[in-house]
Design a protein around this ligand. Structure first.
Ligand code: PMP
Length: 401
């Protein structure tokens, strides 16, 4: 029989546990470099001005109601989300071989894609994740019954991409494996393949008939959707999980999209419509229909050329401040002569830096300096600002020596 007393306690989520410990630390020196959410120079959450503008307009619209969206979500959002990923002139749109459902942010998109592949892929292949990857990938894919394997990604020695290791693992994976790829601004490492490396990855994946599953949670922070577009041009059938949490600052509104792109060919559009119909059934049984508010905001901004421009300005504000923190941190460590090379702080991109600090050093930073980061040494660059960067550099210097 089932009773609550047979259920063992689950471990605390490492990231949310870290946030809790930070909140409970009474020190006024404490620094939060844990969660990947943008903070302004005063360490406060930032509502993008363009989001505030769209929000006000929607809020004041006398015709606004709170009806359900359709199963696939808000059409103005899903159409704009497609264009953002594949480009407005993409043949995939013209040939009607891309279908898109609005999801519960990026997490929901990863889940819907995993569930779909688990149910409809006749071989139910193993999914290969980069080592390391966003920790939630492991839980999401195993929860839908997919087997998980890893491919090497980060070289501890160069603090860059372990490209040879990655290619060898993809070559050794059974034909037709699913390969999860971070489209840009890899979490947690901040290390992306170059365009030339993406071409080589694509060539190898075609040889091995692997299926690409792109996860894109940081579009606009680093490069754009180049890799996804390149794979589509190369004729791959693929899927994409897209989040608007970070690039719109809509974290809690849970705004995202899942796309399935079919390869070209005479019956591509019909095949894609079948995929769409099955995705709709999965969506219906899980969430019925996605949340409306964040979708309305993102759709308004994406579909209005003037607001779109303002959005790009806001993205530049965020990525610009992060870049300043990267160069500021590197400069301070180099000036102090902190042992080791710190070049990777500025060569890594996106929201995170994989510092190379060891678990012991991370622990010392927390215990002695009230600095909070994940134990793999990842820091969220947006947690640094002109008020705490000197303190952080001093803290790193002290634990590294
Ligand atoms: N994928 C990656 C790689 C991420 O880093 C994140 C956010 N941390 C997500 C997906 C999904 O985030 P959300 O559900 O908040 O959109």
């Amino acid at each position: 029989v089932f009773t609550a007393s047979t259920v063992a306690a689950a471990p605390e989520d490492p990231l949310f546990g870290l946030m809790k410990a930070y909140r409970e630390d009474p020190s006024d020196k404490k620094v939060d470099l844990g969660i990947g959410a943008y903070r302004d120079n005063n360490a406060k959450p930032w509502v993008l001005p363009v989001v505030k503008k769209a929000d006000d307009a929607i809020h004041n619209d006398p015709n606004l109601n709170h009806e359900y969206l359709s199963i696939g979500g808000l059409p103005d959002l899903t159409a704009a989300a497609q264009k953002l990923i594949v480009g407005a002139d993409s043949p995939a749109i013209k040939e009607k071989r891309i279908c898109t459902l609005q999801t519960i942010s990026g997490t929901g998109a990863v889940h819907l894609g995993g569930l779909f592949l688990s149910k409809f892929h006749p071989q139910k292949p193993t999914i290969y994740l980069s080592n390391p990857t966003w920790a939630n990938h492991n839980q999401i894919f195993s929860n839908v019954g997919l087997k998980i394997a890893q491919y090497p990604y980060f070289s501890a020695k160069t603090k860059g991409l372990d490209f040879d290791g990655m290619l060898s693992a993809l070559r050794a994976a059974p034909n037709g494996s699913i390969i999860l790829l971070h489209a840009c601004a890899h979490n947690p490492t901040g290390v992306d393949p170059t365009e030339d490396q993406w071409r080589q990855i694509a060539t190898l994946m075609r040889e091995r008939a692997h299926f690409p599953f792109f996860d894109t949670a940081y579009q606009g922070f680093a490069s754009d959707a180049w890799a996804i577009r390149y794979f589509i041009e190369q004729g791959f059938e693929l899927c994409v999980a897209q989040s608007f949490a970070k690039n719109f600052g809509l974290y809690g509104e849970r705004t995202g999209a899942f796309h399935f792109v079919s390869a070209g060919g005479a019956d591509a559009s019909a095949a894609n419509a079948n995929v769409a119909s099955q995705l709709a059934i999965l969506q219906r049984s899980e969430i019925s229909n996605p949340p409306a508010y964040g979708a309305r905001i993102a759709a308004k901004v994406l579909n209005d050329p003037q607001l779109f421009k303002e959005w790009e300005d806001d993205l530049r504000t965020m990525s610009g401040r992060i870049l300043e923190m990267r160069s500021g941190l590197r400069e301070r460590l180099e000036k102090r002569g902190t042992p080791g090379s710190w070049e990777h702080i500025t060569s890594q991109i996106g929201m995170f830096s994989f510092t190379g600090l060891t678990e012991t050093q991370v622990k010392a930073l927390r215990d002695k300096w009230h600095v909070y980061m994940t134990k793999n040494g990842r820091i969220s660059m947006a947690g640094l600002n002109t008020n705490n960067i000197d303190y952080f550099a001093e803290a790193v210097d002290s634990v590294v020596r």
